[in-house]
Design a protein around this ligand. Structure first.
Ligand code: TNX
Length: 727
């Protein structure tokens, strides 16, 4: 055992010709690393020194090193950590040199020192993050020489707090987590159709009414908020506190108020901003009506100026993001005043109106000393000011288009950077931009489709977390953000020559899991793959040191379940479930064997309902036992609505699962309703309430029918039913 302890670390260091940078296991991987002999030991005698202007960084470092026994010593020579200003080091860069006597971090900026400290923390035992020692740590820094600086000046993360509201404490935690990864921008999506989340003193109704949804509220309940009051907002005092906390950690906050579409939270409280359209202007891409500001109403620009003025005073950073995405421009086409306006300004297309709006906002934003930013739709309809930053979200090529048009550009293409997308087909999440695995995120190179010298217009990269699906389960925000955000961090910071997926994946699973765990993050663990061949079940995890647990009785494995140690012979593979366990709490989703179809019964069934299907679906979709088609309503369901599944012949089953909502995406389920069944087709026995749109039951005898009964309006404006799963 002792021998292994000595040899193993040595082997890791020699590691298969990896660049030294990767061997250190730091994420994002530093630019240049030399590993030397020896270690610097931390303890009560350690001295931490810095000049006066670096007091925050010194205090920050001391607070982290307390767990290693380090105290507030400023003098002495038994071992010194020193922060020294060196103006030759690039912005945000640092050098870190350690030997047995001292650790020297040099930088030219507060940010550089902060990042030198972050690298130092990653070289220490992971409990440095929790501050709770386990007693087995070796508080030592390896002797190294690191020179490090970022590839891009913009390494960001966007969080939507409108669809799901996250409170101040969560945002503060999030700032810590981002800063540990050298992320330096937080794009705060503060408003959308489903809630306005920042106090604006001049327009108090924006939050008094526009921050709340539910029965009788300004905004309709949605995204699972159900038939209760839901919402919240950040007071200006909260905002100042968050901005300061972030700035200390070198994070600039870019506030976004989404305009002129995605504005239901405004129009529901200040309807005068809408067009006075006579005809129906239809729905936005996301099914909202009347959510667009009128472009031709001069008063609107005064109101927008008042809002932007307050924003500019709250956020010291460079940019104000005005959204600009997915505008339902037909509201302008239906507006007499906008049509007049188009004519008098010689405009042919409504996108020119959008460009007019955007250019007006550029001027307002500039008037308050800021630079405007917006989603890639702002490229349409005309030119932009050359400083306006464009966030390319629809594809990599939208970024290329933006760069080609000469705009500073942030790359956050959905198929790589949208952390609201599923991480595998069976996990919750959107899928319109595909499955976004850790590896997929890591594979983005913003420069992949660019040639020539306009690359300097790439400001950087950003991950995005939209939150339509984030209200549940608890801590899903952490699951969706980590570890994918670590990949964003490395794309944004590290040199391509130092990057490799194999190394990154190893650093994540072998070292960074432990760090994230001590950071307090409920991160995502990749589920295992289980297959069945020739009477044997095999399970494999994506990394060899993973612990897989399993059950053989269809239940989800828990921390008491046996550990999978090798192939299992069985005639009944469908009873098995497998999951990877990082620890008792942090684990993957459970999976079944993937190459044997779980076969449900498919009895001849007739489905009837008083609910009208939307034009793309049909009630018959839920009697064909094809689980990817579903029955979607044209409108909201109301109390008393029902869906009745009647079997031609009575069905015997050990278990029936009734599910609603779009399959696997988990959208538009029955918010309030129950299920009942009937043996004779006329008398019904209640089974129970649907829980998040779902219930499983075991009928005592053969049954003739199953019925879903709605008891209150569902929380979205459409509702979705699925085929029964009859076992
Ligand atoms: C598109 S990305 C949107 C968001 C949604 C997101 C869901 C963008 C600028 N608009 O409003 O939340 O898709 O993935």
């Amino acid at each position: 055992m002792r021998l292994i302890k000595i040899i193993l670390p040595a082997l890791l260091m020699l590691n298969s010709g990896l660049p030294a940078a990767q061997t250190l296991s730091v994420i994002p991987v530093p630019a240049e690393v030399k590993i030397k002999k020896g270690v610097f030991k931390l303890g009560p005698e350690t001295v931490v020194r810095s000049d006066e202007r670096n007091q925050f960084n010194r205090t920050y470092l001391l607070s982290k090193l307390r767990v290693a026994g380090v105290t507030d010593k400023r003098t002495g020579n038994s071992g010194v950590i020193e922060l020294i200003t060196d103006n030759t080091i690039p912005q945000e860069g640092y050098s870190l040199i350690s030997d047995s006597l001292r650790v020297t971090i040099k930088a030219s900026s507060k940010a550089g020192f902060f990042y030198g400290i972050q690298t130092l923390l990653q070289m220490l035992p992971p409990t440095v993050y929790s501050g709770v020692a386990n007693g087995f740590e070796k508080w030592e820094v390896p002797a190294v020489e690191i020179n490090d600086y970022p590839r891009y000046g913009y390494r960001g993360m966007m969080l939507d707090v409108s669809r799901t509201f996250f409170d101040k404490a969560t945002i503060i935690n999030y700032m810590d987590w981002l800063s540990y990864h050298k992320i330096n921008k937080f794009h705060w999506h503060l408003t959308d159709d489903n809630g306005w989340r920042i106090e604006i003193k001049k327009y108090p109704l924006l939050t008094a009414r526009g921050a709340w949804r539910g029965p009788g509220e300004a905004l309709a309940p949605t995204f699972g908020s159900g038939n209760k009051r839901y919402g919240g907002f950040f007071s200006q005092k909260d905002v100042k506190e968050i901005v300061k906390y972030a700035a200390e950690r070198n994070i600039e906050i870019i506030p976004e108020i989404d305009l002129p579409g995605h504005s239901k939270a405004v129009t529901a409280t200040y309807p005068e901003v809408l067009c006075e359209s006579k005809k129906d202007a239809g729905e936005s891409v996301q099914g909202e009506v009347s959510n667009v500001w009128c472009v031709s109403n001069e008063k609107n620009y005064k109101m927008l100026e008042n809002i932007i003025k307050e924003l500019a005073s709250l956020f010291p950073g460079k940019y104000i993001h005005i959204g600009g995405d997915e505008v339902n421009m037909s509201s302008w086409e239906h507006c007499e005043s906008c049509s007049e306006f188009m004519k008098s300004h010689d405009m042919k297309r409504p996108s020119e109106l959008q460009n007019y709006f955007v250019r007006r906002l550029e001027k307002i934003v500039e008037k308050y000393g800021k630079t405007m930013a917006g989603w890639d739709e702002i490229l349409e309809g005309g030119d932009l000011h050359k400083s306006t930053a464009v966030y390319a979200w629809r594809s990599v090529n939208k970024g290329v288009e933006s760069i080609t048009k000469g705009q500073p550009t942030i790359f956050m293409p959905g198929p790589y950077c949208y952390l609201d997308m599923k991480q595998s087909p069976l996990e919750r999440g959107h899928n319109w931009a595909g499955i976004v695995t850790l590896e997929k995120t890591y594979s983005l190179d913003p420069e992949q489709n660019l040639t020539g010298d306009n690359k300097n217009l790439i400001l950087g990269v950003q991950g995005g977390l939209w939150t339509e699906l984030l209200a549940w389960p608890p801590r899903f925000i952490e699951y969706q953000t980590f570890p994918r955000m670590a990949a964003i961090a490395e794309i944004g910071w590290s040199k391509r020559a130092n990057m490799s997926w194999e190394s990154f994946h190893e650093r994540i699973t072998k070292y960074h899991f432990d760090r994230m765990n001590q950071m307090g993050i409920a991160f995502r663990v990749e589920p295992p793959v289980a297959t069945y061949e020739n009477g044997v079940v095999y399970a494999t995890a994506s990394y060899p040191w993973a612990v897989i647990r399993y059950s053989d009785n269809e239940s989800n494995p828990d921390s008491h379940s046996p550990v999978y140690c090798g192939p299992i012979s069985t005639a009944d593979p469908l009873k098995y479930r497998f999951a990877v366990f990082y620890n008792d709490f942090t684990r993957s989703i459970p999976v079944k064997v993937q190459n044997v179809d779980y076969v449900y019964q498919t009895p001849a069934t007739v489905v009837t309902s008083n609910i009208v299907a939307n034009e793309k679906s049909s009630v018959n979709n839920v009697s064909d036992y094809k689980y990817d088609t579903y029955f979607r309503s044209a409108t909201k369901a109301k109390a008393g609505d029902y869906v009745l599944y009647t079997f031609q012949e009575p069905v015997e089953s050990k278990r029936i699962t009734v599910e609603s909502g779009i399959p696997v995406i988990d959208f538009y389920w029955v918010t309030d309703g129950y299920v009942e069944y009937s043996v004779n087709g006329t008398d019904f026995i209640k089974v129970g309430e649907l829980n998040r749109g779902k219930i499983t039951f075991t009928p005592a005898e053969k049954i003739k029918a199953v019925k879903i009964v709605i008891t209150a309006p569902n929380d979205a404006n459409t509702i979705v039913f699925q085929d029964l799963k009859i076992e």
